[in-house]
Design a protein around this ligand. Structure first.
Ligand SMILES: [Cu+2]
Length: 167
């Protein structure tokens, strides 16, 4: 168990280090806090859990909003319990975890793939773009490379859901 948690933490530190505005120190703290939620808030189309300093997470949120989705973001210092509760396989982890329509969306998944999942209603728990590939929404930059969207289910089965070439 200790080994498992250590691996996850190390992976997240590496991932988030690539995100310009991330502060590694925040992740090293294990104390999560709940962001206050106003009673007046309506139910969001997409709920995004992210760390407070994650700039590329904000980039992905803008990508969702540009596609017409309403997004609520919650800032937590430690997303590990969120990812575990959502059933995100450790190897598919990224910098933010989102919930939409009963599905989990991990990382910089293009909105087209989220919409496809919502309309096709596949028998999976969610989809992920592991790590933070350059060229994915919110991770724009030179030297974009092809990357995959991976589906996962509650039994830990994973499969390629889409091949994306942002070039
Ligand atoms: Cu990111």
């Amino acid at each position: 168990m200790t080994k498992h948690v250590t691996f996850t933490a190390a992976f997240l530190l590496i991932s988030v280090a690539a995100c310009a505005e991330a502060e590694a120190g925040a992740l090293a703290e294990s104390a999560a806090f709940d962001a206050p939620v106003s009673a007046a808030q309506s139910v969001p189309d997409i709920l995004v859990y992210k760390t407070p300093s994650c700039g590329c997470c904000n980039g992905w949120i803008e990508h969702l909003r540009a596609a017409g989705f309403s997004v609520e973001d919650r800032n937590l210092r430690d997303l590990m319990s969120i990812k575990r509760d959502a059933g995100v396989p450790v190897g598919l982890s990224s910098c933010h975890t989102a919930l939409v329509g009963g599905y989990v969306v991990e990382g910089h998944v293009p909105i087209e793939q989220v919409k496809r999942m919502l309309s096709e209603q596949p028998d999976i728990a969610g989809i992920a773009v592991p790590g933070m590939p350059i060229g994915s929404p919110g991770m724009e930059g030179p030297n974009a490379k092809p990357y995959q969207v991976i589906s996962f289910d509650e039994s830990g089965n994973v499969a390629v859901y889409a091949e994306i070439d942002p070039r």
